[in-house]
Design a protein around this ligand. Sequence first.
Ligand SMILES: CC(C)(COP(=O)(O)OP(=O)(O)OC[C@H]1O[C@@H](n2cnc3c(N)ncnc32)[C@H](O)[C@@H]1OP(=O)(O)O)[C@@H](O)C(=O)NCCC(=O)NCCS
Length: 153
Amino acid sequence: MTTTCRKATPEDVDSLYELIRGYAEKGIMLPRSRDVLARQIDTFVVAEIDDEFVGCGSLFQLGAELVEIRSLGISEGHKGQGIGSKLVQFLEGEAREQELPKIMALTYEANFFRKNGYEIVSKDIFPEKVWTDCIHCAKQDRCDEIAVLKILN
Ligand SMILES: CC(C)(COP(=O)(O)OP(=O)(O)OC[C@H]1O[C@@H](n2cnc3c(N)ncnc32)[C@H](O)[C@@H]1OP(=O)(O)O)[C@@H](O)C(=O)NCCC(=O)NCCS
């Protein structure tokens, strides 16, 4: 059983949509329409085991040096097998290639990110995030997500 990570292609839109929809319904991810996924497909990566889709993530550029990990999710039944960590490492490789050394996430899974070398930080250090996305969020005054950051070297 080998897990591989690769950049997403237009053929992955349905799998991405279903996985993200499932977590969005539970309130732990933002929903993404098929349209948006198709338009932003270049920002997505997927994980597969023997050609079966088992997880995804995406990278969104927030600033000149800063990217955000978004839509990181592993299919039910495949969690806890190191696939999330592999996807994070793959996304970090993408960020390095794009010469974007700071990688952050807003998450309910801070311990998972800490295991992957991320530090918990204040959301206030990301004005790029706060002033573009958070201002549109219904939970902006009672945000319960934790900000995590890693500086890539
Ligand atoms: C969070 C998530 C991506 C982690 O992926 P995963 O493949 O299950 O995680 P891994 O197997 O790579 O775990 C790596 C390490 O983190 C730990 N870990 C994983 N999830 C954890 C959690 N919720 N709390 C504490 N530790 C956790 C694992 O025990 C493992 O530790 P180890 O190296 O000592 O064994 C996955 O559980 C998921 O899809 N969750 C639902 C969606 C979500 O919350 N996404 C995050 C959005 S930012």
